[in-house]
Ligand binder design. Structure first.
Ligand code: G3I
Length: 383
């Protein structure tokens, strides 16, 4: 046996070992479908991958991702700071690897993200002159989108361009280029990547005011005769407080505009926080009271998390004709950004797989909705 095969064998063995403590295995050969198998006729099931996972350096993730998911999004490595670190230098190493990863495993790749105010390299933030900023904007979109045209499947062209009240976010893009920068970004992306789907992506855009702002943006792009294929509702929600009604209204309203609707960064956090959303600039000082589950999640919270996921997927299934993809923001709890935001160093539990890559009760509820085992029947209808 060569080294590579030995490595793969060890990966599979360690996955089986990791799953052995749970009541069921997640092996596709066990007869129980995996996530992507269970939902194959409904919508894609995706996960955000870290650099280590893209490079298949984590054996558990290397085995689990192709088994469970048929779509991936790079969590960080296509952001400007990493892919375009200097004015005249691009770094495509890891981005090329995720395109190859998708091809190798027959998994769709969503590029994230061309235009975002956060994780911008310092030189871009500091450009004073408007013409130079326009040159950066044009080159950035054109160079990256054309390189991956036909190699990845879609782009979050613009990420998080709106404030909570639905007005344009006060960002360097708005400041230098004015309100039309979103339409302009889609125009450049359409030209550079004619074979790639183009999306607007944001958090809290299920909420009425921000939803109205998103609808205005979409209509503006459409009125300019420019292609926009879909909208990504990020889906960073809180246990026991998932806004089911607003989510359903949003699915209907975005879809009525001809948009493919996606849930692109799904996680349901369990730790205390007194504001909604995912603005990465918001920070809260650490305090033991804000980190109550360092030694494990109590059953009551675990069950509520499972119930929330069950009800959410029920809603997604109800509108499966309008939804094309549901992507989790991470593969397992240990990797989630929510361990570090808005308070650093907490122990959070927002995903379907735990820190050992074992499926959690929420995983089984989501699978049970498609296998009619009855495990899904406990959920009260929230919408
Ligand atoms: O790469 C550096 C590393 O070199 C350094 O040693 C380390 C020390 O802190 O930082 C590393 O960079 C971190 C990066 O993630 C990669 O791990 C940044 O500090 C950290 O701020 C960054 O956080 C990311 C966050 O976006 C900020 O941009 C999260 O991983 C990522 O999950 C999160 O994703 C965003 C979506 O793109 C857009 N929607 C909201 C979502 C959650 O914030």
């Amino acid at each position: 046996m060569n080294k590579r095969n030995l490595f793969l064998l060890l990966a599979v063995v360690s996955l089986i070992a990791a799953c052995s403590g749970s009541k069921k295995t997640v092996s596709s050969s066990s007869g129980e479908p995996t996530l992507k198998e269970a939902y194959k006729n409904d919508f894609m099931i995706g996960a955000a991958l870290s650099a280590e996972q893209i490079e298949e350096k984590e054996p558990n993730a290397a085995a689990l991702v192709p088994q469970q998911f048929n779509a991936v999004t790079p969590e960080n490595i296509m952001k400007a700071e990493i892919i375009h670190p200097e004015w005249d230098r691009y770094n495509f190493d890891l981005a090329d690897k995720i395109a190859e990863y998708g091809k190798k495993h027959n998994i769709k790749v969503n590029g994230h993200t061309l235009i975002w105010h956060s994780q911008l390299p310092a030189y871009a933030r500091n450009i004073k002159d408007v013409d130079s900023f326009k040159t950066f904007f044009n080159d950035h979109i054109t160079t990256i989108a054309s390189r991956y045209n036909g190699k990845i499947d879609s782009w979050d062209v613009v990420n998080e361009a709106l404030e909570e009240d639905g007005t344009m976010r006060k960002s360097v893009f708005l400041n230098k280029l004015g309100e039309n920068f979103v339409t302009e970004a889609f125009r450049l992306a359409e030209k550079a990547a004619p074979n790639t789907e183009l999306y607007y992506n944001d958090y809290n855009i299920e909420q009425p005011k921000k939803r109205a702002g998103t609808i205005t943006l979409i209509k503006k792009i459409q009125a300019a005769g420019i292609r926009i294929d879909g909208v990504g509702i990020q889906g960073h929600w809180h246990v026991g407080r998932v806004p089911f009604k607003e989510i359903e209204e949003s699915i209907l309203e975005y879809s009525a505009l001809g948009m493919k609707v996606m849930f692109t960064e799904l996680d349901i956090e369990v730790l205390p926080r007194n504001f909604q959303g995912a603005d990465v600039s918001q920070r809260v000082a650490s305090n033991p009271e804000l980190d109550p589950y360092v030694n494990g999640l109590p059953d009551s919270v675990q069950n509520q998390l499972a119930l929330d996921y069950e009800n959410l997927f029920k809603l997604f299934l109800k509108h499966k004709d309008k939804i094309t993809r549901v992507t989790f923001w991470g593969v397992n709890d240990g990797q989630s950004w929510l361990n570090g935001w808005p308070v650093r160093g907490r122990t959070n539990y927002p995903l379907l797989f735990d820190r050992q890559y074992k499926p959690k009760p929420a995983y089984y509820k989501v699978i049970a909705l498609k296998t009619n085992t009855g495990a899904g029947e406990s959920a009260k209808k929230p919408f």
